[in-house]
Ligand binder design. Structure first.
Ligand code: ATP
Ligand code: MG
Length: 419
């Protein structure tokens, strides 16, 4: 222990567990890369105003969860709480929307929210996300959902459920919103929720409290108010998902709740995670670009939580294959052998063989123990006499067999044996 520990609500990724986080990021991004999504990386902080407008001034993220700071120069910045607003800002700044559409981007990184820490809910967490900017096409919504499902499948997750809904658009949402407000104003709700009815009524449907949920039984639902265009669009998304063998549950209460979120909305949930069940979510946000000062740019995207995906793997007892990080463990005996064997080690690595070395001048017995613990297939032992004879001992740590090989051809021979 040092005097310091990781800040509240954060944790460190430490081997061997950290390998799962890398594997999850890789598994989520691989299907995206195959589908033409390009990697985008934005700063860890942005102007507060970008998130206030791009996430929504009435959301929990902006009202309670943002880490904000004033720089010495007087700029108001926030650590990024999510990825979409930054990615859209970056795409607009680089004029990507003037080129071929849709612009397809993926990202991976750290996000920060000042939340009450619990299992699966942290103040620093990581997401992999994808955004497809500048096209309104049900096949694009379906593509993104399918890519997320394929990521879950490739990880071996079996119990992720997909919840699906449509939030309508500028044509049909206003009338629905008014009908919902009428209904909500008649309920017994606390002051904060009453305020929410006026700013962001759809969010009330998402209230997790039992006392609120109980009163929502007869609430009007968007799906009964969709205009013809939205209903047809949603039906096409559903048909494409079904054709791709993707199961989903229609969830008429699923909302994103902001005016610039439109049509397709979805969430991935896992039942093995307790209250923090969402492993990812996304949807169409046709009005967001205009909210941050850009042109009309209908878009769709999602973000998957890496931390909760790792927890879901653990909940299902899935262990990811971790290839042995070391194939060969080199053990020198004596100073001269040490220098020569270190050279062989470097050569092995440059030839693509995962290899490690008995550092720290331990005795042979101790070093061989380390070789065993490393998980290596072979130990490469070089003593004074071997050196004099121009050989090195190659020991198969599985069978225990040991044989001398010529020092000059050791690398080639090991490569042949491992392939
Ligand atoms: P929740 O309802 O659990 O608060 P959210 O709607 O705030 O989730 P999004 O903003 O949609 O979450 O973020 C996408 C994903 O990022 C979530 O589904 C979740 O897996 C992950 N995530 C969000 N907040 C956290 C957090 N504080 N700690 C760990 N993972 C998180
Ligand atoms: Mg949240």
């Amino acid at each position: 222990m040092s005097t310091f520990s990781a800040p509240k609500g954060t944790y460190d990724l430490i081997p061997p567990d950290s390998a799962d986080f890398l594997a999850v990021r890789e598994a989520i991004s691989a299907p995206l890369r195959r589908a033409g999504y390009g990697y985008v990386e934005t700063p860890g902080f942005e102007q507060v105003e970008l998130f206030a407008r791009g996430v929504g001034a009435s959301t929990d993220i902006v009202t309670k969860e943002m880490y904000t700071l004033t720089t010495k120069g007087g700029d108001e910045l926030a650590l990024r709480p999510e990825g979409t607003a930054s990615v859209l800002r970056a795409a607009l700044q680089a004029n990507l929307h003037r080129g071929a559409l849709p612009v397809k981007l993926w990202y991976s990184g750290s996000y920060y929210r000042y939340e009450r820490p619990q299992a699966g809910r942290y103040r620093h967490f990581s997401q992999v996300g994808a955004e497809a900017l500048g096209a309104e096409d049900p096949a694009l919504d379906a593509e993104l959902i399918i890519l997320a499902v394929d990521a879950h499948r490739s990880l071996g997750l079996r119990n992720v459920r997909l919840l699906l809904n449509s939030l309508g658009d500028a044509a049909c949402r206003p009338a629905y919103r008014a009908a919902l407000q009428d209904f909500l104003r008649g309920l017994d709700l606390d002051e904060a929720t009453r305020e929410r009815i006026e700013i962001n009524p759809l969010r009330v449907l998402d209230d997790k409290r039992e006392a609120v949920q109980r009163q929502l039984t007869g609430a009007p639902l968007m799906r009964d108010h969709l205009c013809e265009g939205c209903a047809a669009y949603h039906e096409q998304v559903r048909t494409l998902l079904t054709a791709a063998g993707v199961a989903f549950e229609d969830d008429a209460r699923l909302v994103r709740g902001l005016d610039y979120y439109t049509r397709t909305t979805f969430e991935f949930v896992h039942d093995g995670l307790g209250a923090q069940s969402a492993v990812g979510g996304g949807g169409r946000y046709d009005g967001l670009s205009e909210m941050i000062g850009g042109p009309a740019l209908p878009s769709v995207g999602w973000a998957l939580g890496v931390d909760r995906t790792v927890l879901a793997l653990r909940a299902e007892g899935v262990t990811l294959p971790t290839p042995s990080p070391t194939d060969v463990y080199a053990v020198p005996v004596g100073e001269e052998a040490r220098g020569v064997l270190f050279g062989v080690l470097t050569e092995l690595r440059r030839a693509g063989v995962a290899a490690d070395f008995a550092y720290g001048g331990r005795g042979l017995k101790n070093a061989m123990k380390s070789a065993g613990r490393s998980g290596a297939r072979y130990a490469l032992v070089l003593g004074e006499r071997d050196l004099a004879e121009g050989v090195v001992q190659l020991k198969d740590l599985h069978s225990g067999e040991q044989a001398p090989v010529a020092l000059s051809s050791a690398v080639a021979e090991i490569r042949a044996k491992l392939s």
